[in-house]
Every structure is written in C-alpha cells, then in structure tokens.
Design a protein around this ligand. Structure first.
Ligand SMILES: *[C@@H]1O[C@H](CO)[C@@H](O)[C@H](O)[C@H]1NC(C)=O
Ligand SMILES: *[C@@H]1O[C@H](CO)[C@@H](O)[C@H](O)[C@H]1NC(C)=O
Length: 311
C-alpha cells in the first residue's frame, strides 16, 4: 500500500488497518512452530523467551503493533511492496520497478534474514530480526500487501458484516468471521487444523511445491530451492549491501496473482463477509496462511539446520 498522501497515511494510522490482522499473523506463526527442525526450534524458543511463550505465534503481530509508534515508523514500508501492475487485467511484481528504493518487503526479508543469523548483533536485535521475518513472511502471502492499487485496497470502500470499512481491512473481518464460524474463535484450533491438512489432508500433495520457488522470470520448470536461495546467507550477513532473494519474489508474485483472479471481483454494496465473496475468499485465505506458515518454518530450518527438513 502506498502512502500516497498525508491524509491516507493518517487515515491508516488512525484505523490501524493491517491485512492479516493479529489472528492471521498468529496463525502463520503457530503453523510454523509445528514444522521447525531441532536447531531452528531451539533458536526460536531461546530468542523469543517467555515474553512470547517461546513461540512464533504470539510474536508474529509485534511488527504491526510497533509500526505506528514514532520509534518504528521507518519500518512501515517494509510490510508491503507496491506492485505497479494493473489488476484485474494484468498482475505482476517486478522488483526493479516496484522496490526501486530498496525499501519494501522484498528487501526487508533479505535484510532480516541476514541479520537473524549474524553473530555480531545483540540478543535484542536478533529477536527483532526474527519477529520481522515471522511477520513479513506472513504479509508477503497477502494479496493486498503486494499491490499498489488504491493504496493496497485501503482507499476502496467495502462492507463487512454490515459495517462500512475498506477492502484492505475486510481481510481481518473475514478471518474473524471464519474463526467464529468454524474454529470456536481459537487461533490455535485453526492452526492445528491447517497443520493436519498439510500433514495428512488436502494440502499434503501441495506442500512440496510451496517450498520450491519457481522463478517468475524463467520458465516455470525452473525451480530454485530455499536451500539454494539462502546458500550464501552467511556471506551476505557480513555485507553492507542487501541483495534480493528469489523465493520472496516468487511468493509475492503468487499472492499478487490473486489480485487478478479474485480480490477485486465483488459488486458494489456486496457484504464481503457474508456473501459468495466470503465463500470464495476463505479457501484462498486458509491456503495462504497455511502456506506462509510452512514456508516460514522451511526458511528458519534452512537457516539454522541447513535444510528444509520438510516432506
Ligand atoms: C505456551 O506454550 C505451551 C506449549 O507450547 C502451551 O501449552 C501453552 O498453552 C502456551 N501458553 C499460552 C499462554 O499461550
Ligand atoms: C535493515 O535492518 C536494520 C535494523 O532494523 C534497519 O535499520 C535498516 O534500515 C534495514 N535496511 C533495509 C535496507 O531494510
């Protein structure tokens, strides 16, 4: 979402509108916890400590909590990439076009990935890097965090459960509606349902594809593994320049494609949290949350155990 004008920037901070919302982000973190390999798990537990119950779940919303504070206002652009595409006609994320200032979620993930394995940072800085990764790997799977149109949907009026809001915020409303309807209002119940789908259910056959990052610029058969993407991460960690990684770009492009296939496909006045739009959105939301949780685990497993260690 682009902070096009001061007015919209103010509106954003007042409404404190964040795509997945606290519940979506916590679920990404709780899903990831179930797939961490030994050293990654031990790193996460030690780094987050009792403040976050040693878990990526409670730590995931932190970055949204602080972004509206003056001390962290610099981190606000890290939550998204303003794809200057043209949905629903054409969708794309082009790093040189959309992140030219190197000040977007793509470079932020590269930055905090280097920082989280750096041996020269304090425990607090390392924890901060982990919390940013925990959050941004969630955000990058959210279609309106990889879209410039109408400030990532913030400037599009929409209705959720009879209340007037905006398209960006509807996502949080849909998640709350889903949690209440299907999961007894419990993010841990939702997360364990998604984990079961990955291990033995509807997502089982898809999961391997989620962690191979096929290049959006090369032929689709060209796969790059997370291991390959992070192969020189320790060298990167000691370098001052931030080199983009490929997997986050692939994930952003994949989420951005939903801006053409679904996100803007509602009719004016439709209640997005009760209509067929809701029914259509739920499978996308659930898959994106499960996928980003799985990818977050894979990312940390490669960083700390050297391999994704996932089926
Ligand atoms: C903290 O984590 C433990 C183990 O994962 C869990 O059983 C417990 O319910 C969690 N506590 C809170 C307050 O979330
Ligand atoms: C990298 O992270 C540090 C620490 O939070 C921050 O000061 C810096 O601006 C970040 N750089 C980029 C390019 O994201």
């Amino acid at each position: 979402m682009k902070f096009a004008t001061l007015a919209s920037a103010l509106a954003l901070s007042v409404c404190s509108v964040h795509g997945w919302g606290e519940n979506g982000h916590m679920t990404v973190g709780f899903v990831a916890m179930q797939f961490l390999s030994p050293k990654a798990l031990s790193f996460v537990q030690t780094s987050l400590g009792s403040t976050y119950n040693e878990s990526l779940g409670p730590a995931a919303p932190w970055a949204d909590t602080v972004r509206s504070e003056a001390a962290f206002s610099w981190s606000a652009p890290f939550h998204f990439v303003d794809a200057e595409d043209n949905p629903p006609t054409s969708c794309s994320v082009v790093e040189t076009r959309d992140c030219a200032s190197n000040n977007c979620i793509l470079t932020a993930i590269a930055n905090y990935t280097s920082r989280v394995v750096s041996k020269t940072l304090s425990a607090e800085q390392t924890q901060e890097a982990l919390k940013f990764i925990d959050h941004f790997i969630g955000d990058i799977g959210q279609p309106l965090h990889v879209e410039a149109l109408e400030v990532g949907g913030n400037d599009i009026t929409a209705t959720c459960n009879k209340e007037s809001t905006n398209l960006h915020a509807v996502n949080t409303g849909m998640i709350d509606t889903l949690l209440e309807a299907n999961y007894g209002n419990s993010v841990t119940t939702w997360a364990s349902t998604l984990v079961t789908r990955i291990k033995t259910g509807a997502y089982k056959s898809l999961a391997a594809g989620w962690i191979s990052c096929s290049s959006p610029t090369e032929t689709l058969s060209t796969k790059r593994s997370i291991e390959e993407d992070l192969a020189d991460i320790h060298t990167r960690a000691s370098s001052a320049t931030i080199t983009p990684l490929q997997c986050p770009l692939v994930w952003a492009s994949e989420a951005n494609a939903f801006d053409c296939s679904f996100v803007f496909s509602f009719t004016k006045g439709e209640d997005l949290c009760t209509s067929s739009y809701f029914t259509g959105a739920v499978p996308i939301i659930e898959t994106q949350i499960a996928k980003q949780g799985y990818r977050l685990a894979a990312w940390l497993n490669v960083l700390f155990d050297g391999a994704t260690n996932l089926p």
